[in-house]
Design a binder for this molecule. Sequence first.
Ligand code: HEC
Length: 398
Amino acid sequence: MDAYFLDWLALFFRWFHIIAGIAWIGASFYFIWLDNHLEIPPDWKEERGIKGELWAIHGGGIYEVSKYKLAPGSMPEVLHWFKWEAYTTWLTGMVLMTLIYYLGAEAYLIDPTIAELSQGQAITLGLSTIFLSYIFYELLCRSPLKDNSITIAIILVLFGTVLAYGLTHLFSGRGAFMHFGAIIGTIMVGNVFRVIIPSQKALVAAVEQGDPLDPAWGQRAKLHSTHNTYLTLPIIFIMISGHYSMTYSHSYNWLILIAICGITALVRYYFVLRHKKINRPIILAGSSMAIILLAFLISPKQLYEQPTETSVRVDRAQVVKIINDRCVQCHSSAPSDEIFKVAPSGVLLDDWAQIENWAPRIKARAVDTREMPFMNKTEMLDEERELLGLWIVGGAAD
Ligand code: HEC
């Protein structure tokens, strides 16, 4: 399909995906918050089997919420389930993956400097990693280890690390991060589909028939919903990481991915504790420090910061030649690249004024880091990066 219309489709599905994701994670945050803020109800409510109540004001109305120990004596006619948010987020996410990373595999998923894959191979590898990782997770949570949630957590962290390493050595950094995100998303939606919803169905059926409840369902649901709680912040980081190439294009991108997932999960832990009225600001302070430290650790070396007397003078013609040779294939009002038909990120480098305006970003993307040209498609040489660097630190005006 025409790259231009593909972009529109991707825009639509991204929009849809974000809306569904907000609804899903928003509802999940709301219910966790609700559960942790329930107060002991008055006697007359307790006699009806209510274990906690909560009062809230929103949108000009006052709400009274009650949570049953088990269930009401008879089921209400309308019971809301909250499951389509999760399914829709996953479905739109997979459509996005297909539109961007599979149809555009050459541009976004395959990096020949990492692995020379064909489009078919890359897609097969991508989909099977998602599927097999989910199967691994399911088997682990059904294994005899299931009663030991700490062991499960440790195994999952190790598995995640191996996965991150493997994916970043198969795909482009960005493609690898998105696949890692898709695996987390699949596990989360799988938990809703395979465990949380069935356990709720079992609860409703037991109440309707007046049967006693099987506690095994409740335990399984708890393990899986705890996992979902801690995965929400990491997955949101991964969703937006595609816009921040310093994370995914670093040579240790797999470690950065795991570190950020760990730190964001810790932030979630802070809030879980706080909901239980345990305030540990040290956790929040520690995770913020860890992110700042990480940012410094992975910062690109500033090779050309100090121009000296003996610095080579780089003249305008040299700069224009480099940009023409290596950048305008994509960054032009009429790109010649077969995939990028519209200048990516609106960066136009057709004339001198534009080149000067973008100088700081050119330094950030093509000199300090090697993120541009995109996957070095135009085979830029190190000498050329050096010349651009010298020109920019020399004032970028000549
Ligand atoms: C094959 C196409 C292609 C080529 C060639 C290319 N780019 Fe890019 N460029 C992209 C894409 C795609 C993006 C958006 C994704 C991203 O930001 O990683 C982008 C984004 C950018 C951005 C904007 C984002 C920001 O960080 O502000 C800058 C600046 C940039 N490129 C500079 C360059 C320079 C300088 C060159 C030449 C040395 C170059 N690009 C060559 C595809 C290309």
